[in-house]
Ligand binder design. Structure first.
Ligand code: PGA
Length: 252
């Protein structure tokens, strides 16, 4: 059965000390809660990863980077490679977030390199896709997301593809307080699963974890997560408070 995943994306928030406190608080709550069927991931800034990995129980909490370099190593000042991320003890890496595509010019070409390096280094990519409001308003979201997938992770072998998770995050729902309706989210995730089935076969599609992201919180998570194709969430704002995040983890 495919995994249920609740992944926090802290973005550019918290100092190392604050992040460690937050991670410890999440760890403590998860330890007390009955959340064994959910893979919990904390997507922290690079600077925090090593400290957060040491602060949590690895059997309860996984740690993710929010990015990695498109090159393996060398003269790329300021970059952090997939091998470096792996060496911290992180297990996952968020790739292709719309904020990185929009503000840092991440193209499909760049993302293909990042995904390949993440996989080569044994990291699980959480690969993001999703459309802007203008595309949704023109009702072209399906074609847009299909292209995002076809230009990137659909070029992988079925074996490599089966190692990653996908997060659908409509840009108009990120940090806006506007959540996609449960029907909109389920419809898109079912559509994505159908595309995976066409490309890699039904078995691979059934095993792929597809997450929803965009103003997901403890209040709307139960209804979202009850949908057949929603396998969890990628959580921004609500992952910055341990109690709020726990409310999402236990929404199943
Ligand atoms: P949000 O962010 O939950 O604050 O909307 C989600 C994300 O960008 O991953």
């Amino acid at each position: 059965m495919r995994k249920k995943i609740v992944a926090g994306n802290w973005k550019c928030n918290t100092t190392v000390q604050e992040g460690v406190e937050l991670a410890k608080a999440v760890n403590e709550l998860v330890a007390k809660a009955d959340a064994k069927n959910v893979v919990v991931v904390l997507g922290t800034p690079f600077t925090h990863i090593t400290s957060v990995v040491s602060a949590v129980d690895a059997s309860l909490i996984n740690v993710a980077a929010q990015n990695c370099a498109a090159e393996a190593k060398g003269a790329f000042t300021g970059e952090v490679s997939a091998a470096m991320v792996k060496s911290t003890g992180a297990t996952h890496v968020i790739l292709g977030h719309s904020e990185r595509r929009e503000y840092y010019g991440e193209t499909s070409e760049i993302l293909n390199k990042k995904v390949a390096l993440a996989l080569a280094n044994g990291l699980t990519p959480i690969y993001c896709c999703g459309e802007a409001l203008s595309i949704r308003e023109a009702n072209e979201q399906n074609a847009y997301v299909k292209t995002q997938l076809e230009e990137t992770i659909f070029n992988l072998s079925a074996e490599d593809f089966s190692k990653l998770a996908i997060a659908y995050e409509p840009i108009w729902a990120i940090g806006t307080g506007v959540t996609a309706s449960t029907a909109q989210a389920q419809e898109m995730l079912a559509y994505i699963r159908g595309l995976i089935a066409d490309k890699f076969g039904k078995a691979v599609a059934e095993e792929t974890s597809i997450l929803y992201g965009g103003s997901c919180n403890a209040k709307n998570a139960p209804e979202l997560f009850a949908q057949a194709d929603i396998d969890g969430g990628l959580i921004g704002g609500a992952s910055l408070k341990a109690e709020d995040f726990l409310g999402i983890i236990t929404a199943y």
